[in-house]
Design a protein around this ligand. Sequence first.
Ligand SMILES: C=CC1=C(C)c2cc3[nH]c(cc4nc(cc5[nH]c(cc1n2)c(C)c5CCC(=O)O)C(CCC(=O)O)=C4C)c(C)c3C=C
Ligand SMILES: [Fe+2]
Ligand SMILES: [Fe+2]
Length: 349
Amino acid sequence: MSSAPPDYPALPIPPDHPPVASSRIGLLVVNLGTPDGPDVASVKRYLLEFLSDRRVVEIPPIVWQPLLRGLILNTRPKRSAAAYAKVWMPEGSPLAVYTRRTAEAMQAHLGTGILVDWAMRYGNPSIADRLQAMKDAGCDRILLAPLYPQYSGATTATANDAAFAAMATMRWQPAVRTLPPYHDDPAYIDALKTSIERHLATLDFAPDLLVASFHGMPERTLHMGDPYHCQCRKTARLLSEAMGRDIAVTFQSRFGRAKWLEPATDATLEAMPEKGIASVAIFTPGFSADCLETLEEIAMEGRETFLAAGGKDFAYLPCLNADTEAITLYARLFSRELAGWWNTNGTII
Ligand SMILES: C=CC1=C(C)c2cc3[nH]c(cc4nc(cc5[nH]c(cc1n2)c(C)c5CCC(=O)O)C(CCC(=O)O)=C4C)c(C)c3C=C
Ligand SMILES: [Fe+2]
Ligand SMILES: [Fe+2]
């Protein structure tokens, strides 16, 4: 006797029943966001959305909004647009270009069983728009992957908030998983080590010191329980152990008047030559993709600061971007998070 389950007849669908899309899995790669163009109007639009996020600026809106709209948005966009113009690529903003390339490389790697797309927390393409497109394509299970190795309320949490806010408007929500921080994942540490060593091998000098510069945060976020600072420090410690050499940790991109995490990258670079450090290689492991903060603030401004203070050799080592180390890393992280939905042999469970 066969033990195969009986074939059930297909259920009759009433003639007025709306079409039902087939079941698919989606992977939405998310990054911070960037202006549509390196012009003042685009930067102003972007900064208004970004800096109005209460996860980013934790000052009561009644105090913050007049400052933002009256002062900051009338001064900063001009300066920031000029900075964006220096790093803009033929295909667009570096952050968007590298995030899109990452999604494309992951689509090629994972195959057609998973629909891979990308979105930005601020600006375009929006998380709400791409989630809706995934749903329209039949995705009923979606892995949201904010590409921040270290968790913070101002990055990971707000990306997830935006996705859940979009889903709040959906009658039929997909099932959603979110990528946890991966600051201490051996695959991330290994990707950083391999990438850094590959770039160090191309230099014509041996740096006296390696510097890991992370994006800063107001110091009070640490005291309010944000794990970001500790996760940055842990990444640097594990990387230093893996590479068998010292790595100095600094925090960059200070914004506003409050005290930010220290030591500051710019002040540290300026002080180094006097302390006998004549050559540095600096990298930014908290950024998954190169962007204004790495290409302009570190690779250009940081270099100028260090050399003007008497430094001799300076190298900026790129982010993981969509390089092979990144694809190996994300393949590992994403297939783990997709477990139970999808097998690495490409079959949907
Ligand atoms: C990688 C993690 C990031 C954290 C943490 C973060 C916190 C944070 N940022 C600001 C203010 C600004 N950040 C800006 C740009 C920017 N920030 C990140 C990442 C983190 N920010 C990225 C990837 C980028 C680059 C975007 C790009 O288009 O290339 C900017 C805008 C640029 C400028 O005008 O200087 C601001 C402003 C705050 C206040 C904050 C934590 C509270
Ligand atoms: Fe930032
Ligand atoms: Fe900056």
